[in-house]
Design a protein around this ligand. Structure first.
Ligand SMILES: C[S@@+](CC[C@H](N)C(=O)[O-])C[C@H]1O[C@@H](n2cnc3c(N)ncnc32)[C@H](O)[C@@H]1O
Length: 770
């Protein structure tokens, strides 16, 4: 019997080598006396518990992942992990070390969240783990598994999203939580019904908004709208009437404000924070966080829920923000008691008292005690308000790493009881006159790890708190200082503040049911009457636009708003049809895109659908452009009779004779019946040959799931097909390029890269959450 794998041994070493953002190796010392003193002063926990908490922060985070997708499909993957892999990963010993097998996160519903913890040597030296790893990587590539930090899965679960909800994810990139929300909107999907819910996912950084698009693409949701606005200034829009002629307001049933934060609760994942943490980190973020939460609360429907979350332990970014919001709402918002929700999630209550320190580490009891020359950027809202005991801040959730071997997190769930006009000057009436004191605005951008807009995010009608005169009762001397400061420092442009603003977006143009292309498509694929053909759009003014997208009715109401120009929409719609230049005479040159096929199948007549068996699947997966003569004789006549153009091949594993055969790919693990779901994919019939219209990754995944040996098929991407048609992938690539124009780095989104390691988060900026 070997020894158990010792977490502390693995990562608890105080010194570790890491690459800094410039790629050079630096030694990380997992200590920070300032930080330790600061958090000890916050009384987060008892003295006995403190060492457990503190030491645990030095231990590398285990890997966690979420099984994604529709329920039946996710259940299939979960059962495979549970029944086929876990039993073989128990008591595996490498170099005398035994590691615990993967296990479900006890609080995640239906065992769709998983935790596993193996050193890399284990993955390399144990064939069982190598197989599991291979499986995880392959399933991650096709989007059935998503690497996501356990704690990052909590806010969407507490949002309690229903399929009909309109949800706004205000700070959404890179998009792990957005993906979870989209799945919730699509839960309980009914055939032939496009969900009435909506997910508006926003991020102020253009480049990150594109990471978000990349991350959510696999979900193929017509209900998703990606925007690139400052969350504190999401505009009011007058929406176009819906199908019933009703005007719906631009407001949301659920709002997630997963705000930019100092990120010190991600220390286990981002050890660089040990050396970077300073008292100033949270200071520059507090105000932005209040503004974002306030805008979210304004856009929330009465009765709706808003979840506020950070990956910071700092009360200045957490309870102080929530308390300020509750007071600004004057009783219209309340904290929800979620102690009965996710009962197995271990949590600690929010704080009702906390301490504020100056940048040079001096504790200041109250705002009034702040010395004139205090170093830092202070607002009265950073201290606990006088009415703190009436706010139920204990209903907030503090997640500490040592409780369940996770990262740290803060979550507050608020409910809107009635509409309100936020009152940023509430203190003047409710607290003993507390004059705001400004301070030198010396915030360095680098200190606030993910402060993308600390000074700017004043919501409409409210100036930046630290720059406001009468509203916040700045004394005149302070105002003068402020003006002088402003005069010295020209207002930053949007691109200076948030990075590349991106090119001007192409318009979203609805084709309308009477458009010739829509009529052609409807006739050729036999679209049923109930299909909303007025929800197709294109993104090019050209007569012959290449890609046709489909959006839900809710998205259409927004895009058709008369003030849509105020919202910077960067992406929406499922790519459904592609115009294929072809020499093959076909009555419709629009092919179904694999992204839109599952949805379109529900509404297409059977005329273009061909049921196929395993032998045909194998031929299509293994031969380039198979000719009709290469298929089994008994199906040749049927294939010959198919009119040219795009058709949908449907494979139903339940109809296969040997449906329970072990999948050769996982042989030895004893996996049987690996594939249960029907598969549908587009195929182009040229005059004498067929071509599966799937990209390399999709083919690879299909081959794996069927247990067919994968044959790399470069022809799919590069070669002209037998009839001289423009290769499908070339057209796809053109459309991709059009969509992604001006974006760099949409690949490599964290969380999509297999399950190896936990390092490599973009820029190692503390708050880079996944
Ligand atoms: C903690 S991360 C969000 C993580 C994300 N919710 C997820 O689960 O993948 C914070 C995000 O807020 C964005 N951000 C910062 N300031 C913002 C602002 N004023 N408005 C909107 N987004 C902002 C950052 O670009 C960053 O992507």
């Amino acid at each position: 019997m070997g020894r158990r794998f010792n977490k502390k041994k693995n990562a608890g070493s105080r010194k570790k080598e890491q690459r800094d953002p410039n790629g050079s190796y630096v030694e990380i010392v997992k200590e920070n006396a300032q930080m330790e003193e600061y958090y000890k002063a916050q009384n987060l926990m008892s003295d006995e518990e403190w060492p457990l908490f503190w030491e645990n922060l030095k231990v590398t985070l285990p890997t966690t992942f979420r099984i994604t997708g529709t329920r039946s499909h996710a259940a299939e993957i979960r059962d495979t992990v549970k029944n086929a892999f876990v039993p073989h990963l128990t008591n595996i010993s490498v170099d005398g070390v035994i590691s615990a097998p993967p296990r479900p996160l006890e609080w995640y519903p239906d065992d769709f969240g998983w935790h596993f913890e193996v050193p890399r040597t284990m993955l390399k030296k144990s064939p069982e783990y190598a197989k599991f790893h291979q499986f995880l990587v392959a399933e991650t590539e096709v989007g059935n598994i998503s690497r996501q930090e356990a704690v990052s899965m909590i806010p969407p679960l507490l949002l309690d999203v229903q399929p009909h909800h309109w949800v706004m994810d205000m700070c959404a990139a890179p998009g792990s939580k957005t993906a979870q929300i989209i799945e919730m909107v699509h839960a309980n999907e009914q055939p032939k019904v496009v969900p009435s819910g909506l997910v508006l996912a926003n991020d102020v950084e253009y480049r990150r908004a594109h990471m978000l698009i990349h991350q959510t693409k696999r979900l193929q949701s017509p209900c998703l709208l990606v925007t690139n606005n400052d969350a504190a200034m999401i505009p009011n829009l007058k929406l176009a009437p819906n199908k019933d002629g009703k005007s719906v307001p631009f407001e949301f049933d659920r709002v997630l404000a997963d705000v930019p934060c100092s990120g010190d609760a991600t220390l286990r994942k981002n050890p660089m924070i040990w050396s970077r943490w300073t008292h100033g980190g949270a200071m520059g973020l507090h105000q932005t966080q209040v503004h974002i939460l306030q805008r979210g609360a304004q856009m929330l429907k009465v009765g709706g829920r808003i979840v506020y979350s950070t990956c910071s332990f700092n009360p200045m970014e957490n309870e102080a923000v929530v308390a300020e919001m509750l007071n600004r709402a004057g009783g219209a918002l309340e904290l929800v008691d979620v102690s009965e929700e996710l009962p197995k999630l271990k949590r600690r209550p929010g704080l009702s008292s906390w301490k504020v320190f100056t940048k040079d580490g001096k504790m200041v009891e109250t705002f009034e005690d702040l010395p004139e020359n205090a170093n830092g950027r202070f607002l009265p809202s950073m201290w606990a308000p006088k009415n703190v005991d009436s706010l139920n801040l204990d209903r907030c959730l503090r997640i500490y790493p040592h409780l369940q071997d996770t990262g740290g997190f803060f979550v507050a769930v608020l409910k809107k009881k009635e509409s309100f006009v936020p009152n940023p000057t509430w203190r003047a009436g409710n607290e003993a006159a507390s004059e705001e004191k400004t301070e030198e605005v010396t915030e360095s951008k680098g200190e606030a790890t993910e402060s993308k807009g600390e000074e700017a995010a004043a919501p409409e009608g409210e100036e930046s708190a630290a720059t406001t005169g009468d509203k916040h009762k700045l004394d005149s001397a302070a105002q003068e200082d402020e003006s002088a400061e402003k005069a010295k420092k020209p207002r930053m442009s949007r691109s200076e503040r948030y990075g590349n603003v991106g090119p001007k977006e192409e318009p979203f143009l609805f084709l309308g049911s009477e458009h010739n292309d829509v009529k052609l498509i409807s006739g050729f694929y036999g679209l049923e009457k109930e299909f909303p053909t007025d929800q197709f759009l294109v993104r090019s003014e050209s007569e012959r636009s290449k890609a046709v997208y489909f959006v839900s009715e809710a998205v259409k109401c927004i895009l058709k708003s008369e003030d849509i120009d105020r919202l910077k929409v960067v992406n929406t719609g499922v790519r459904t049809f592609i115009r294929q230049d072809s020499n093959t005479p076909a009555s419709c040159l629009f092919r179904v895109h694999s992204e839109g096929i599952a949805m379109m199948r529900q509404f297409c007549s059977n005329a273009r659908v061909v049921p196929v068996q395993m032998d045909i699947m194998t031929i299509l997966l293994q031969s380039p452009y198979p000719k009709i003569s290469e298929f089994p004789e008994e199906v040749q006549a049927e294939l010959e009779a198919l009119p040219t153009g795009c058709c949908l091949f449907e494979f139903d594993p339940a109809l296969e004779k040997d449906k329970d055969r072990p999948n050769p790919r996982w042989e030895g693990q004893g996996i049987t019946g690996f594939v249960k779901d029907k598969m549908i994919f587009p195929v182009w019939k040229a005059q004498v040959s067929f071509n599966m219209l799937l990209n390399k990754q999709e083919r690879k995944s299909l081959a794996m799931r069927l247990g067919v040996e994968y044959v790399d098929a470069p022809h799919v991407i590069t070669k002209k097909d037998a009839s001289g048609d423009t290769p499908m992938a070339e057209v796809d690539a053109e459309v991709d390029a059009e969509e992604a124009e001006g974006t760099e780095g949409t690949e490599g989104t964290e969380g999509t890269e297999g399950t190896e390691g936990t390092e490599g988060t973009e820029g190692t900026e503390g708050a880079e959450e996944d």
